[in-house]
Design a binder for this molecule. Structure first.
Ligand code: FRU
Length: 673
């Protein structure tokens, strides 16, 4: 099952999530940094072209910075692009001398550099795109000569120079001077206008003060030309022709159209070419290291209208393109949002289905579990009902058994009562007959046999009657202060002859304390002793041993009878003191009443009896009786169980015609019922 979940995750969720992530994530864009040396109309046009071209390419980002004619600022701008991970830098260097080192530096750092418009002093750049400024200068020179072709004297010109360190200014000057000088013209004066209007006004003013008779002012760009025109006009020198360079629509062309200046020369911006070259370099396509665009002819009143209209049309088309591009972008952003939403929905749907599946699975599992539990509970209840039923029937059986035992005992008691008197009447004549002198030995033997069996019968009857009395709480303790050491020696001696016949080693281990005295019912204790030792002899094979020991710690008398007999099975040990329990149920050796009676007699002394046994090794019976004393002393009581009784009791034990029973012996004189 775990494998299934793993598969589900690997096969569905992971790919979909990845798809979602991928669909949400754009490719890394190509970043182009454009460092403009200045900010003017011509450059604004170029910047617009750059942005328009970039817009047409996917994943191209352009950032344009203007140095505002300041070398330090331009150096900082170039470093900014280099340090911020731009992929390529396009630079129009303000002044070659100042900017060349930083361009060399970034180029050598491995960042591609495109130089445009203005030059650097070495060839540490990737590509250069420029215009032939010398040729522009020549065109301007030719135009000037043409304007004054009807003049009888050489033309006189003032030249407003761009920036001293700017390469286009150098070319524009050389080309113009070359042509004008060759045409007989004269450059009457030159001043630095630094590409801007105010400086141009300042120098024009000074130059016109010196040379008010000039025919033409040639400025290296339209801004300076407009400045110069203003100064000439203010001086009332409206006959001076003024020409500039750039032909940017909103300044140069407008100035021509408005007759502020007389002509201008198109200085191509080519922003799209810059972006395409940059992409060729970045995307590994072929490109030219040097691109020089051709110079154009003059823009003057003869063509400015059409050029401006074309320009306007172009602007309109560009605006439409921009609007179209915006719509396409909007569409794509909507589309990509919808695509992301679509994939997200699929993933969410799958997750929901998966969760639903898990919930249902958990629900079914719980239900199945509940069913199993209910079934288990039902079975447990059935079992407990069955157990209760069994316990009830066992209790009932037990009750019935007890009833049966009680009625059996009652029956035996009644029968015993009935039998005792006739038995005494039989025993007495037999005893008297046995005393006669004139008996043959055969008669004597028969009388002895009859006497022996009447004694056995009397013992059994007495045991039943005793047990009954104990049960009915009518059996009384007859306590006297007994010298146990003495009586134990005497009781043990009674068994010696039987033990000897069976080669059983019978040992009485005398206690450390010489004479142990305590209050006992001597008769009952004798019967306890008799039963335990008789049992030991019955269940101990020939050549075994029986050890009797006793001790007294002042509080408890402990009497131990240990044998090396057949032992008692562990399962039976707990029952052997129960009423009429017989260990050997197959070949019972008696009524089973003996040990029950022993326990009863011990408990009457507030004592206890325990047994420890191992099958095949032997048994150990331990009797513990609390030591008490009584003032009434008895003489060493006369033993009530004679050796003759023992011989009768144990006659034939160990032989096939055994007569004994478990704990079977009892003294012959019947106690009063
Ligand atoms: C614009 C400008 C133009 C000129 C060019 C020369 O900044 O001054 O007017 O043609 O630079 O680099």
């Amino acid at each position: 099952m775990r494998r299934f979940y793993r598969l589900l995750i690997v096969a569905v969720i992971v790919p979909l999530t990845s798809l979602l992530v991928v669909s949400c994530k754009d490719e890394k864009p190509l970043r182009i940094g454009v460092s403009q040396c200045s900010d003017d109309d011509w450059r604004s046009k170029m910047n617009e072209e750059v942005m328009l071209e970039a817009m047409l390419h996917d994943n191209v980002e352009v950032e344009i910075r203007s140095a505002d004619d300041n070398n330090e600022k331009q150096i900082a701008d170039i470093r900014y692009f280099a340090d911020n991970g731009f992929d390529i830098i396009i630079v129009a260097p303000n002044e070659a001398q100042a900017i060349t080192p930083v361009i060399t530096e970034v180029y050598e750092r491995g960042i591609p550099v495109i130089i445009f418009d203005r030059n650097v002093n070495n060839d540490s750049y990737t590509a250069r795109i420029g215009t032939d400024n010398r040729e522009i200068g020549r065109s301007a020179g030719r135009y000037a000569l043409h304007l004054f072709s009807g003049l009888s004297r050489p033309i006189k010109v003032l030249e407003i120079y761009g920036l001293a360190g700017s390469s286009p200014a150098v070319g524009r000057r050389v080309g113009f001077d070359e042509v004008v000088t060759a045409g007989g013209g004269e450059i009457a004066g030159t001043g630095y206008g630094n590409w801007n209007l105010s400086d141009a006004e300042r120098v024009t003013d000074s130059l016109l003060t010196l040379h008010p008779d000039v025919d033409l002012i040639y400025a290296h760009n339209d801004r300076m030309a407009i400045g110069a025109a203003g100064v000439a006009h203010r001086r009332g020198l409206d006959n001076i022709k003024i020409i500039g360079i750039d032909a940017a629509p909103n300044i140069g062309m407008r100035a021509v159209a408005d007759s502020v200046i007389d002509a201008t020369f198109l200085y191509p911006t080519e922003g799209h070419l810059l972006v395409n070259t940059a992409l060729d370099i970045l995307q590994g396509r072929p490109y030219s290291k040097e691109t020089t665009m051709p110079a154009s002819s003059a823009v003057d009143l003869s063509n400015v209208d059409i050029l401006m209209r074309q320009n306007q049309t172009l602007d309109n088309e560009v605006s439409k393109m921009k609007a179209l591009k915006k719509r396409v972008d909007d569409f794509w952003s909507k589309h990509s949002a919808q695509t992301s939403l679509f994939y997200a929905s699929i993933v969410i749907l799958l997750l929901v289905l998966f969760s639903l599946f898990m919930v249902l699975r958990a629900f079914w599992q719980r239900k199945r579990h509940q069913l199993v539990l209910m079934d288990h509970n039902r079975r447990l209840e059935e079992q407990s009902r069955e157990q209760k039923r069994l316990a009830d029937s066992r209790a009932e059986l037990n009750d019935r058994l007890q009833e049966a035992i009680q009625s059996k005992l009652a029956f035996y008691t009644n029968v015993s009562h009935d039998l005792r008197t006739p038995l005494t009447l039989i025993a007495e004549p037999i005893a008297q007959l046995a005393k006669s002198d004139n008996l043959t030995s055969r008669q004597r033997d028969l009388l002895a046999l009859a006497g022996k069996n009447t004694r056995i019968l009397a013992r059994l009857i007495n045991q039943i009657l005793d047990f009954r009395k104990f049960e009915n709480d009518k059996l009384r303790l007859n306590l006297t202060e007994v010298d146990l050491t003495g009586v134990l020696a005497e009781w043990t001696d009674s068994f010696r002859e039987v033990a000897r016949r069976r080669d059983i080693r019978l040992t009485l281990h005398t206690a450390d304390t010489e004479h142990i005295q305590l209050a006992l019912d001597a008769e009952k204790m004798e019967r306890v002793f008799f039963n335990l030792v008789a049992n030991a002899i019955k269940y101990t094979p020939d050549n075994g041993s029986i050890d009797i020991s006793y001790s007294c710690d002042g509080e408890t008398l402990t009497l131990v009878v240990a044998d090396t007999g057949i032992g008692i099975p562990a399962a039976e040990l707990g029952n052997i003191f129960d009423q009429f329990f017989m260990v050997d149920k197959v070949r019972p050796q008696g009524s089973g009443i003996g040990l029950s009676l022993v326990k009863a007699f011990v408990e009457m002394h507030k004592g206890s009896i325990t047994v420890d046994s191992q099958e095949g090794k032997g048994s150990v019976f331990t009797v513990r009786i609390p030591v008490t004393h009584i003032s009434e002393r008895s003489e060493v009581p006369e033993s009530l169980i004679s050796e003759q009784d023992i011989n009768i009791e144990l006659a034939g034990v160990g032989e096939s015609d055994a007569v004994g029973c478990v704990g079977a012996a009892a003294p012959p004189p019947p106690p009063a019922a």
